[in-house]
Design a protein around this ligand. Structure first.
Ligand code: ATP
Ligand code: MG
Length: 204
């Protein structure tokens, strides 16, 4: 299973969601590999700082990306790719190698509009794409408006959404994820629901 996390709008939650799913699959006994294509190297920094997961994290760029993804995917059951923000050849290459691309999207119209370039690229590469609503507040009609607008534009959404929860940030800050903070939290339940939904989607 190769899954890319991409969204042009910065700060949508790509690295956070990816790290949480990596932890979830690790806990489920799957071997997990990470590919960091973002020049900020946030994922690599977390991978190095964390102490909960045995994971290989490859920093890649440019023409090497496609073969780096394939090499890692040969060794790991689950390969997760943190994509660069801009619509580049690098992003295109990573979508081409992926079974699924997930676009984290905060519930705002600006974020929703920013999904278009990656969705179009995924269509060109024939890679299934799903928008994941992230940082969803407990209540608010805006979420429904964003959901409707995305649906009308032809985007497919995951049923699972992630709430705006301190645990998602606190986990990464403490060398783990929300799944390692000790108690079964709403954040943990949401991540496990997301993992289950993705597995069902990919028949994995
Ligand atoms: N569900 C959430 N609840 C609370 N905070 C969140 C959630 N998801 C992400 N964040 C916070 O939002 C910020 C941006 O998240 P993150 O860095 O994962 O996004 P990104 O898409 O990888 O950003 P970049 O474009 O810079 O790579 C971080 O401070 C992170 O802790
Ligand atoms: Mg990031």
């Amino acid at each position: 299973m190769i899954i890319a996390f991409a969204q042009q709008k910065g700060g949508a939650g790509k690295t956070t969601v990816l790290a949480h799913l990596a932890h979830a699959w690790g806990l489920a006994g799957r071997s997990v590999g990470l590919v960091d294509l973002d020049t900020q190297r946030s994922l690599s920094m977390w991978a190095q700082a964390q102490t909960v997961l045995e994971v290989e994290c490859v920093e890649s760029a440019g023409w090497r990306a496609g073969s780096d993804i394939k090499d890692l995917a040969r060794k790991c059951e689950v390969t997760l790719i943190d994509c660069p923000g801009n619509a580049s050849n690098l992003l295109e290459a990573s979508l081409r190698e992926s079974d699924l691309v997930i676009l984290p999207c905060q519930p705002s119209m600006l974020d929703a509009w920013a999904t278009a370039p990656v969705l179009e690229m995924a269509t060109r590469e024939k890679t299934p794409a799903r928008v994941l609503l992230n940082r969803v507040p407990p209540r608010g009609g805006l979420v429904d408006e964003v959901r409707t607008a995305l649906g009308e534009s032809g985007a497919a959404l995951l049923d699972t959404t992630l709430g705006n929860r301190v645990a998602f940030a606190a986990g990464l800050a403490r060398g783990t994820t929300a799944l390692g903070l000790g108690r079964t939290s709403r954040a943990t339940q949401e991540v496990q629901a997301l993992r289950t939904e993705i597995e069902a989607l990919l028949n994995a």
